[in-house]
Design a protein. Sequence first.
Length: 247
Amino acid sequence: MRTRLAILPGAATALAALALTGCITAGSDPQDPYEDFNRQMFAFNEGLDKAVIEPVAHGYRAVTNEPVREGVGNFSSNLGEPLTFVNHVLQGKIPDAGATFGRFVINTTVGIAGIFDPASSMGIQRTKEDFGQTLGTWGVDSGPFLVLPFVGPTNPRDLTGIGGDVVLNPLNYPQFENDDAIRAGTFALWGIDAREGSIEAIDELRNQVDPYTTLRRLYGRTRASDIGIPYKEPNDAPELSEDELDF
């Protein structure tokens, strides 16, 4: 099971600006130059999650059943298909772009706004692409690992990718500009559903000897896999074991 991470684009943009202006100072460890800052932000996010987000996720699980949660997840994923389509095109993956477009049309119509997923039953599997992956495909280096408040694990390339996704997402085009309340509600529902789906994974992460280090390695390896490039820890650190990945 792979942890799903909710990201707040506005917070990401602001914190990226802080990093660029030097408010996040580099340490002496080349493997993780911002480790002191990152661990503080990791602790902050953990406290926020335990106090607010995790209880909401457990409450959501308690008042819904699996079919309802699956429908919400399908609906949220369907809203991301146009962005995946754009990034497929930018990466030159034209057959994948065609499949994603087909998925979106089928699930939006036959699947009733994406609540159901008949496209998967037809053999058209879901893929997910973002502009951070596109930048990685173009050869842009990830830069140092960062943990930011509200955002979680990221890096400079993926922060830039978040801004790119905001610009590229067709749902942010002018014809939708007066639908801020709907967009905010949809995003909140997606975040709650994503956190509910990650309950067991995050509990397992917290049981690791050093959750921060495991998170850093898991994020790096997952993003490398998403982009399709090899992953290796800096300074020839041992590879992340399959046991560490299996949550």
